[in-house]
Design a protein around this ligand. Sequence first.
Ligand code: ZN
Ligand code: ZN
Length: 201
Amino acid sequence: MAGCELSPEQIEKAVDFHGHWCPGLAIGLRAGEYVLNHMGRAEDEELVALVETDMCAVDAIQVLTGCTFGKGNLIYKDHGKLAFTFYRRADGKGVRLVFDAQRLGSPDSEFTELTQKWLKGQIGPEQEARLMRMREERTKDIMGSPLDELFSVKEPDVSMPRSARILTSLVCEECGESIMESRTRRLAGRTLCIPCFQAQG
Ligand SMILES: [Zn+2]
Ligand SMILES: [Zn+2]
């Protein structure tokens, strides 16, 4: 088993959607590839993804697996981990893929240091060129390595999230805007939206 077996069209679609080609997108592509191989695609919300990062990788996952934020079958937990759990509704099968971020660079590596400078806009042209080369190397490594080398494959550590989203709307008694019932707050006998509730607090 070698590297990525996705078609050039699949990869191109993800790059188009995301806006650029980067190591994070490559991680998402490979996670998506694993899911397509083992669980199929979410034509009809049959797959649910639970992602523990909000970075680049998630865009590739949305394009490849059909689990999208808007459909409600992409759930985000802010854990800061490159961990992606997928569930198949039909039989409840689930898998948790964990990418080792150290593969990109340990916390004290030059790559990490340059990336931080770059994100803060404090990088010179030479260092930037060097960083771009390093990013390309990492992207190549991720695309060219076997899946079982990239991800630890684990059992999901939580059971499949509930599917139905409650669509009943109530009206906020402060601003008059409609809100999903499950997001309303009660304050002194009034029904409020979260921003108004927070403004009163
Ligand atoms: Zn990116
Ligand atoms: Zn309000």
